[in-house]
Write a protein that binds this ligand. Structure first.
Ligand code: SF4
Length: 633
């Protein structure tokens, strides 16, 4: 291993270059030279070895004589799965504990091992189950893994999945978030491994407790789950009924970690995160449109949430009813409008191929979602419906009441959706991470996205694709001098939106900012309806700032795009644009770990947001903004 690393270091020292192919060849040749199969070299192994040597500043590591830039280049070269942090941030997905949902959609999986709608075989679910859904363990384990793979974990986006967040009790919501922040704050210190060991031991003891039946709690739990799952699959039990029956044994298996938290504790942990090694730069939860209320959004902001994933699925009340979903399109409209005023980024789930739709209907709905000011989300998960054993849809399918689209129909539909996506919208997923074994019928192609993107490019011809994800610079370096700052404007039902983007000569996206200028009449009405409404008259909102490129360390200089002042320039331009049309202040819906950054840009802490006063004198904002209004930004 030493000789392989020495050869690699010799090649890159002083800014020398080594391609992935050349690296693979070195590792292959060194492996071949070793007769011991246990000493076969891989990138993962080489990375773990190198990081350990660096950590202990061993004589071997010293002898490599690598500068900070060389060291960064070597780690980048050895890093596996570089796309994990390509968007500039390390994403950590965690799951809440098994819990029912207030709805019972026919396509929704009913896996009693999981929170409603998730399947135990999905990768993130497996990780969560291994940690008994404990948030501290989930974050600690994931960050440790990413770090061992050579990924930078200074900036972390936490994605909390599990049915409907607001369906969980308030004390659980607070406990969960406090543990997320506690794990982030402990990361990089000895406290993390000590607390992880303590928790694992308590979980192990709880699982081993003997029940009156003579079985260990974990065995009883596994047995009951298998039995109940069978009844749920057969339609004899609902998910909620099975969950109720599992409750007693789950309570036995839930150890008291001795970590009750108050809201004051949360504030303390959040403050600690401002200076922590792993800072929270985004916090996402998922919910249903009917749960989006002013009170719920105030609580979410206090918890530190910056983005909401909202299950919309369809923009047709009849289709929602036909799929047992309940809820209405009016609720979706209201939820998205309120989220915009609060500054939340909106991540909408839309499902193709539901009962009662056709590809034509799905495409028309997608266009409405993109173009109608009542909706216009920032991100979309565009899932085709897939049939899993535990979903009620199985029964309908057996009676001939539902069929999946053919591969041709599906790729044609998704390609058309991609081409209909404007510059400010990102399609984050096109297929859910369901293992193909779990899919009874429906698309099983794990490379569906790649197929769709190739088709979309071919069909678009000379027209450029606008969709954000396909334009991101990802792991590429970008020459800052070749970037242009472009502004796209659009009107929603209650705001004027400006999407500011750094774009290079080839149309690649290097960074962006979402500025929201709320209709002042709407703000006044909300103030009267609900006092105090956290956003006041004359205040614009920065809803998101993101600069792509390799995740750069917060504490070190870097050549990556994130430290070339691109973010600062976006913020300055946004503030100027807001001032130009009479706004007197700009709020930013900052994540806890970005507060220090915004303070450095002149923002002050202001309740649920950070706020910067604008230099311009107060101008009446009455001309801002009604749908179709022509206010200039
Ligand atoms: S609202 Fe979501 S979690 Fe609840 S049943 Fe429907 S799809 Fe499942």
């Amino acid at each position: 291993m030493e000789s392989a690393l020495r050869e690699i270091a010799d090649k890159i020292r002083g800014g020398g270059s080594l391609s992935q192919k050349q690296l693979d060849r070195i590792l292959r040749e060194r492996s071949r030279a070793s007769s011991d199969p246990a000493r076969r070299l891989s990138k993962r192994y080489a990375m773990a070895f190198y990081l350990r040597e660096r950590e202990s500043a061993s004589p071997f590591w010293e002898s490599l004589r690598l500068s900070a830039a060389d060291d960064e280049a070597l780690v980048r070269l050895l890093r596996t799965k570089p796309r994990r942090t390509a968007s500039g941030v390390a994403t950590v997905t965690v799951l809440t504990k098994p819990w029912p949902c207030g709805r019972d959609c026919i396509y929704c999986p009913n896996d009693v091992r999981m929170p409603k709608s998730y399947l135990a075989d999905e990768p993130a679910c497996q990780r969560a189950e291994r940690c008994s859904f404990d948030p501290y363990l989930q974050v600690g384990a994931r960050l440790s893994t990413l770090s061992a793979m050579g990924h930078n974990t200074d900036k972390v986006e936490l994605i909390v999945l599990g049915g409907t967040w607001s369906d969980y009790p308030e004390d659980y919501r607070l406990w969960f978030m406090c543990n997320l922040f506690r794990a982030l704050d402990d990361f990089g210190t000895e406290a993390l491994s000590a607390e992880m060991s303590r928790r694992q031991q308590l979980l192990y003891q709880a699982a081993g407790q003997l029940l009156p039946s003579g079985m260990a709690a974990s065995a009883e739990h596994a047995f009951q789950m298998a039995q109940l799952q069978h009844e749920v699959d057969a339609g004899a039990l609902s998910f909620t009924e099975a969950w109720e029956r599992l409750r007693p044994v789950r309570e036995v298996m839930a150890p008291a970690f001795g970590d009750a938290f108050s809201w004051e504790d949360l504030g303390r942990l959040q403050q600690g995160n401002e200076e922590a090694q792993a800072r929270c730069v985004g916090l996402v939860v998922e919910t249903r449109p009917d749960m989006v209320t002013t009170d719920a959004l105030c609580e979410l902001r206090a918890l530190g949430v910056t983005k909401l994933q909202v299950g919309v699925q369809s923009l047709d009340d009849g289709i929602l009813r036909a799929n047992g979903r309940g809820g209405t399109v009016a609720e979706v409209e209201h939820a998205l409008a309120l989220m915009r005023l609060f500054g939340f980024k909106s991540h909408v789930h839309l499902m193709a191929n539901l009962v009662g739709t056709t590809p034509q209907v799905d495409l028309a709905q997608y266009r409405t979602l993109m173009e109608d000011g009542r909706f216009m989300p920032d991100e979309v998960k565009l899932y085709p419906c897939a049939l899993v054993q535990s979903a009620h849809l199985t029964e309908l399918h057996e009676r001939g009441g539902w069929q999946p689209y053919s591969e041709e129909e599906l790729t044609a539909l998704l390609s058309a959706c991609v081409r209909a996506t404007p510059e400010h919208v990102r399609i984050s997923r096109m297929i859910r991470d369901i293992p193909s074994n779990d899919i009874l019928t429906g698309c099983k192609k794990t490379n569906l996205r790649q197929m769709v993107e190739e088709r979309a490019r071919a069909e678009a011809g000379k027209d450029a694709i606008s969709e954000m994800r396909m334009r991101e610079v990802a792991t590429d370096e970008v020459d800052a001098d070749g970037l242009a700052l472009q502004v796209e404007r659009y009107a929603t039902a209650n705001t004027e939106e400006a999407f500011l983007q750094w774009v290079d000569g080839a149309g690649k996206l290097a960074g962006f900012l979402r500025l929201s200028l709320p209709d002042q009449q709407v703000i006044r009405e909300e103030q009267q309806r609900c006092a105090p409404f956290p956003v006041r008259e004359g205040e614009a909102m920065i809803r998101e700032v993101h600069v792509y490129g390799r995740t750069s360390r917060i504490h070190e200089s870097s050549e990556g795009n994130q430290h070339q002042g691109l973010g600062r320039a976006l913020v300055e331009r946004a503030c100027q644009m807001a001032a130009d049309v009479g706004f007197t202040a700009v709020n930013v819906i900052s994540a806890v770990g970005t507060r220090a950054y915004y303070r450095s840009l002149g923002f002050e802490d202001a309740g649920l947001y950070q706020r910067r006063k604008l230099a311009s004198e107060v101008l009446a904002c009455q001309h801002l903004v009604r749908p179709g209004a022509t206010a200039r930004l």
